[in-house]
Design a protein around this ligand. Structure first.
Ligand code: PLP
Length: 452
């Protein structure tokens, strides 16, 4: 079999890639024409591609490399664990040290009485777990009719059939006949694009009350849970109005519905606290975690559940699990990652120092003629591109390529920034320095100029 090395010419690698590799969320024909940009190594906040370009990673990979690239401590922890115990499962009354220690650490870090962890290898798997968890919870409590789960349009909760159904991406639903039964969607709290004449405050309340309306429509006795990202990420970093979450909290409490906070992006410092739930002031019954848990160095995710949910589920057998639930090497790396985030004060630095600095610089992008709003929480932010700021107008559908064009200009300027429709988003490694923030903003501004 051919051995791939970085010394092979880029064009050859691109041709092989297009010939044999099916990419997630990628247009195959376009890939064949343009060829993938091939990333060969990374350090801190910087990627290097096969042409030797140094690229500032404004997305932390896929919102996950919170600790930054190239941390030898994580490599060492993986190596140690691989030598000692590369694999054992956690099924059928067995366990191992990394899974036990990571569960203990997550129980310490998680807010409130969230103190049990069910491990998975990804956010998608963890959200699939959540569908079963909440329905089993209600069954075991003697209310088996409580099956409905409410989510939001444009939410992203993963790509498997279950988690893709929870998500509200219509393009994903269209492929493969989603959603699965008993999953319902309400609108997202995107004031800038959808708020019309309403104040931001009133709009936040109105969108939260859609949850109440949906509960009443379905019958409160039939509703199991509401799932949402504290700050919607892949849907375009939609920072909710301040009025939104307090009203949602009131509603879930009033109707006794479980609240699932999907912390796959917001968790582990992204919003300036350990969890996004703390930033927006909610008390979930379940949190989905992945990505930043291991800073993406190895795949691991999970559901952190309240003592109430754990004790109800623990009253019987939960017929669910993955071969790699609590994988020892991934768990050891996650533990080490959490140690570094903690001991190096990275979350505090985001909250108190680099986050506020990034906020000031990022919000200045709103002065660009093509930017309508620039919003950021901690280290996740978005700008809305518009042809007319005063009317908060969107580009016409066939100009939806403006975001794409901006992304391409960013890439040409050696900055990774993603686009979602007409929004450009960032989510850099949490270790980004002030100088790197300056470079990010300068490159973003230049790319916007070039895309106009
Ligand atoms: N939940 C959220 C909020 C996400 O952003 C993602 C991925 O981007 C997922 C779940 C799915 O995680 P994974 O891709 O690890 O399956």
């Amino acid at each position: 079999m051919a051995q791939l090395t970085n010394t092979r010419p880029t064009a050859e690698l691109q041709a092989l890639d297009a010939a044999h590799h099916m990419h997630p969320f990628t247009h195959g024909a376009e890939l064949g024409q343009k060829g993938a940009r091939i990333i060969t190594s990374a350090d801190g906040c910087w990627l290097t591609d096969s042409e030797g370009n140094r690229i500032l990673d404004g997305m932390a990979g896929l919102w996950c490399v919170n600790i930054g690239y190239g941390r030898q401590e994580l490599v060492d922890s993986a190596t140690r664990q691989m030598s000692e115990l590369p694999f054992y499962n956690t099924f059928f009354q067995t366990s191992h040290l990394p899974a036990i220690q990571l569960a203990e650490r997550l129980a310490q870090l998680a807010p409130g009485d969230l103190d049990h962890v069910f491990f998975a290898s990804s956010g998608s798997e963890a959200n699939d777990t959540n569908i079963r968890l909440v329905r089993t919870y209600w069954e075991m409590k003697g209310e088996p009719q409580r099956r409905a789960i409410i989510s939001r349009w444009n939410a992203y909760h993963g790509s498997s059939v279950g988690s893709g159904s929870l998500g509200g991406m219509k393009g994903m639903h269209a492929q493969g006949g989603l959603p699965i039964p008993d999953i319902h969607h309400i609108d997202q709290p995107n004031w800038w694009s959808e708020g019309g004449e309403m104040s931001e405050h009133d709009f936040g309340i109105a969108r939260a009350r859609q949850l109440e309306e949906k509960i009443l429509e379905l019958g409160p006795e039939n509703v199991a849970a509401f799932i949402a990202e504290p700050v919607q990420g892949a849907g375009g970093v939609i920072v909710p109005p301040e009025s939104y979450w307090p009203e949602v909290s009131r509603i879930v409490k009033e109707y006794g519905i479980l609240l699932i906070a999907d912390e796959v992006i917001c968790g582990f410092g992204r919003t300036g606290n350990w969890f996004g739930s703390q930033t927006v002031g909610i008390e979930p019954d379940i949190m989905t975690v992945a990505k930043g848990l291991s800073s993406g160095y190895l795949p691991i995710g999970g559901s952190i559940v309240s003592s109430d949910v754990a004790s109800v589920i623990g009253g019987g057998e939960f017929n669910h699990g993955y071969t790699y639930s609590g994988h020892p090497v991934a768990a050891a790396v996650a533990l080490e990652n959490l140690r570094l985030l903690d001991e190096e004060g990275i979350v505090t630095r985001v909250r108190e120092e680099t986050g506020p600095y990034l906020k000031e610089k990022f919000e200045s992008l709103a002065e660009h003629p093509m930017v309508g709003e620039a919003k950021i929480v901690g280290m996740m932010g978005s700008i809305a591109l518009t042809p007319d700021k005063a009317r908060r107008a969107a580009f016409k559908a066939d100009a939806g390529t403006v975001g794409y064009l901006c992304r391409e200009r960013c890439f040409a300027n050696n900055l990774v920034m993603r686009h979602v429709g007409d929004r450009m988003i960032i989510s850099p490694p949490l270790v980004i320095s002030k100088e790197e923030i300056d470079a990010l903003i300068a490159r973003a501004w230049k790319s916007l100029d070039e895309a106009m």
